[in-house]
Design a binder for this molecule. Sequence first.
Ligand code: XMP
Length: 319
Amino acid sequence: DWTMGAYRDEAVANIRKQIGDKRVICALSGGVDSSVAAALIHEAVGDQLTCVFVDHGLLRQGEADEVVGMFRDHMNLQVIHAQEQDLFLDALEGVSDPETKRKTIGRLFIDVFQKYADQIDGAEFLAQGTLYPDVIESVSFSGGPSVTIKSHHNVGGLPEKMGLKLVEPLRELFKDEVRDLGRELGLPAHFIGRHPFPGPGLAIRCPGEITRDKLDILRKADAVYIDQIRKHGLYDEIWQAFVAILPVRTVGVMGDGRTYDYACALRAVTSVDGMTADYYPFSHEFLGETATRIINEVKGINRVTYDVTSKPPGTIEWE
Ligand code: XMP
């Protein structure tokens, strides 16, 4: 009779055996996979684990505090909060090509992670939340033609470069099993149920050039949208929901004045694995109420649209 509790005990024993008295570092993204991997390794080796949370200035409202606060204060992990917003945002200035954004962010992410990791004396292991489907995918695609449409950013190639050995305690698990394990380890339910968030973050939800001004507006609109979704009890029915701020200003009226502000698009999809997706059929009431709230509460947006494209032919993200 196989239970997650038994899996947890076995995984903890294996991690202890692998790591011994050495130190481990982990890039914590706030996603379910890296979070569960970190919690599991922490259970096994305690303070031999140090996590690095890289803040690239492209996170959602309150995200850094939520993640760092939970792991540091609630779960007692050692977490370094790498505040590198300026480094990333300066490097992205004037960049509008989606793949250039990803490459810039991916490259800097590795530099930053390495810089902080170098300050941790005697680290010999790098923890990653690699899942079973990732293992299969990298095996079946190796050597073959590249089928990835977007370069997903992870710390690929980093272990070799830094001379670190990998610890991948989730390699045998599927996503739903990782969630079970996370619950077993005491991660709060709302944290485990969080929608996936892409490594490049808000950069790919801000089509065209990224500015700090647009990011601020986007964060506020996104927070209102997610609040609406939670209030209407729809969060768990949706795979991902977010706002994209469009690189266009439109004319509007507010009181007896004319406005000339950004338009935004709301996105919400259902999906099993992110490979295909359907747009979520919100009611007209929900959409109308949400548009009104965003325009009233977020300075800088005067028009709200809803994206009704499924995947394929669209992608979930706008870039
Ligand atoms: P698309 O937009 O390709 O997204 O339909 C499928 C899933 O992948 C996420 N995504 C990314 N995740 N780095 C990531 O870590 C990326 O560059 C990236 N691009 C897309 C997206 O949020 C969705 O869950």
